[in-house]
Design a protein around this ligand. Structure first.
Ligand SMILES: *[C@@H]1O[C@H](CO)[C@@H](O)[C@H](O)[C@H]1NC(C)=O
Ligand SMILES: *[C@@H]1O[C@H](CO)[C@@H](O)[C@H](O)[C@H]1NC(C)=O
Ligand SMILES: *[C@@H]1O[C@H](CO)[C@@H](O)[C@H](O)[C@H]1NC(C)=O
Ligand SMILES: *[C@@H]1O[C@H](CO)[C@@H](O)[C@H](O)[C@H]1NC(C)=O
Ligand SMILES: *[C@@H]1O[C@H](CO)[C@@H](O)[C@H](O)[C@H]1NC(C)=O
Ligand SMILES: *[C@@H]1O[C@H](CO)[C@@H](O)[C@H](O)[C@H]1NC(C)=O
Ligand SMILES: *[C@@H]1O[C@H](CO)[C@@H](O)[C@H](O)[C@H]1NC(C)=O
Length: 496
């Protein structure tokens, strides 16, 4: 009997974790920078100048009052900024990545009751709460040489930290994991996460944070600056889906982290796609390979968080105002393998450049639900949900199937995703809105010959040819999404 329990325990835990990742797989995440999303009083006027570094007034209560806006776009999860108490310098504290006391909340964002209420309000809508957490470091206002360790809670002693050194060589893994981020002035003292006492503190903390606020998932900041062996116990203590930030272009390097935690952010696809859609250059064979690398190298591509903008990277429209190019990039990240993540403000076509200019206050746009990209993102979320629901009775579901490239040329890529009979064919290009209309002939569309298909944005119907071929018309550089017409029956889509 005793033996039996011992044998079952690990299995029991892994089932709980697997279930949690499974639940996240179908979700679609809206990323919120808490200070810049919504104020408690709902006010939408300045001040919060572009590039302003300091608190602009966004709160958890403010978010809870704007869930219609988020859910209206089809999102069923949000990721919010770190929630804990920060250093006092507001230029470092407003974003939440400069912790001082992890057992106290950032009062600028509200009270414990406000955070609990936000969590409850989300759950009442069957939405999930993902909270950003930062186990790699604490922050100190002042010089690296005079860090006052007693200001940190609970890591109130030098012995919890690595010795002072700064990362100078981003190819040296020892440095990446052991040296400090930040600068000589205003450093981010690096915790010695290999130390058992540090790990115990983090595991105890994450368990109680998740429990106190009914958190559904965590986004783990600067995960590549922590040794991988830290994550299995930390994830288990959290007991919820963990998505790690491994901000690397190198697919193999980023994917490796999936052996230690559930998910990673899709940085490899981010770099590839933004480069392709931003530059209107010809696709090279290596690039095409990059579109697919995560598929072949990640343990579970369905748990990679795919994005094209975030609070650390210049917004896509800061490179080009072309609406068709944004739409292609959006279609790519939302219909490929993985969990889509859209950063607040993309729906309003905000165009802030490098951080801090990419952290605009969303209220300045007035939460316009008629904005072109608000409506476009809503359509993409709906297409993904439709594809998920129609493939759910088939053994290989839409989510766990792998996207495959069925066609490409210098400026167009077509990929097919989903089980046979319920495939979504997405055709993307980087020609831009000024490109004339053209027809692409796709010899092997992935559909059975003579299937009647429909383009989901325009409702144009077509029939697959005798050899599985399909001729697709690209209008003004917009992305094209094809689906079996018969599967629309009863959905009301395209008059069906
Ligand atoms: C940090 O060090 C610099 C020179 O090393 C000095 O000028 C400055 O006053 C120091 N700042 C603080 C907050 O101690
Ligand atoms: C990596 O960095 C560490 C710490 O700075 C240093 O001791 C080591 O020699 C470096 N390794 C390589 C291969 O450069
Ligand atoms: C970090 O912790 C490990 C394990 O306890 C220990 O061996 C190492 O000396 C520590 N490093 C520092 C810089 O204190
Ligand atoms: C969770 O709540 C308990 C009980 O109030 C408290 O002791 C603990 O510090 C809280 N944990 C966190 C991470 O805030
Ligand atoms: C993708 O795979 C190709 C072929 O193996 C490789 O040359 C390329 O460097 C990979 N790209 C990334 C970003 O890892
Ligand atoms: C986008 O294009 C601009 C201008 O060509 C370039 O500077 C930038 O590096 C590109 N961004 C990415 C992510 O490729
Ligand atoms: C492209 O097709 C669209 C929709 O059919 C049409 O409105 C537009 O005028 C066409 N553009 C060109 C340049 O022919």
């Amino acid at each position: 009997m005793f033996l039996r329990i011992l044998c079952f325990l690990p299995l029991f835990f892994s089932i709980i974790l697997a279930a949690t990742a499974t639940q996240w797989r179908s979700r679609s995440i809206y990323q919120i920078l808490t200070d810049r999303f919504a104020r408690t009083d709902g006010s939408t006027t300045a001040p919060c100048e572009p590039g302003y570094e300091g608190f602009c007034g966004g709160t958890w209560y403010g978010i809870s009052q704007k869930l219609d806006y988020i859910q209206g776009m089809g999102f069923d999860a949000i990721w919010i900024s770190p929630v804990v108490e920060q250093v006092s310098n507001p230029t470092r504290a407003y974003h939440g990545y400069c912790a001082k006391n992890i057992y106290s909340l950032n009062e600028n964002f509200g009270s414990a009751e406000d955070l609990k209420s936000l969590s409850m309000a989300l759950h009442a809508r069957d939405m999930y709460l993902m909270v950003d957490v930062v186990p790699n470091h604490m922050a100190f206002d002042g010089n690296a040489t005079d860090v006052d360790y007693s200001t940190f809670h609970p890591f109130n002693d030098r012995s919890f930290f690595h010795n002072v050194c700064f990362i100078t060589d981003w190819t040296n893994v020892t440095q990446i994991q052991q040296c400090w981020l930040g600068g000589e002035v205003n450093p981010l003292p690096d915790l010695n996460t290999t130390s058992p006492k540090v790990r115990t503190e983090w595991n105890t903390w994450i368990r109680s944070l998740v429990a106190n606020y009914s958190i559904d998932g965590i986004r783990v900041d600067t995960a590549q600056n922590i040794e991988q062996s830290f994550f299995p116990d930390f994830s288990k203590a959290a007991g919820v889906f963990a998505l790690g930030e491994v901000a690397s272009y190198y697919t193999q390097y980023a994917c490796n982290y999936q052996s230690f935690m559930d998910g990673i952010l899709g940085y490899p696809a981010y770099y590839t796609s933004v480069w392709f859609f931003n530059n209107t250059q010809a696709l090279s064979y290596n690039m095409l390979y990059d579109f697919l690398n995560t598929s072949s190298l990640c343990r579970d591509t369905s748990l990679v968080g795919e994005f094209m903008e975030n609070h650390d990277k210049p917004r896509f429209p800061s490179y080009t105002s072309d609406m068709s190019l944004v739409k292609n990039n959006l279609a790519y990240i939302m219909l490929k393998d993985g969990i889509p993540i859209v950063y607040q403000g993309q729906e309003q076509h905000l165009n802030g450049g490098t951080d801090p200019f990419n952290r605009e206050a969303i209220w300045l746009s007035g939460y316009n639900t008629d904005a072109e990209l608000y409506k476009f993102i809503k359509q993409l979320n709906a297409i993904r949900k439709l594809a998920i629901s129609k493939a759910s009775s088939i053994v290989t579901s839409f989510l766990t199937s792998k996207a495959t490239v069925v066609y490409y040329d210098a400026h167009n890529v077509a990929f097919s995703k989903g089980p046979a009979g319920a495939r979504v064919l997405t055709v993307i290009n980087n020609n831009g809105a000024k490109a004339g209309n053209y027809t692409l002939s796709i010899p092997r569309s992935g559909y059975t010959p003579r299937t009647e298909v429909v383009e989901l944005f325009t409702c144009t119907r077509m029939t697959i040819g005798r050899s599985g071929n399909l001729a697709v018309t690209v209008v003004e550089g917009k992305p094209v999404v094809m689906y079996s017409y018969s599967l629309l029956r009863g959905t009301g889509w395209c008059g069906s």
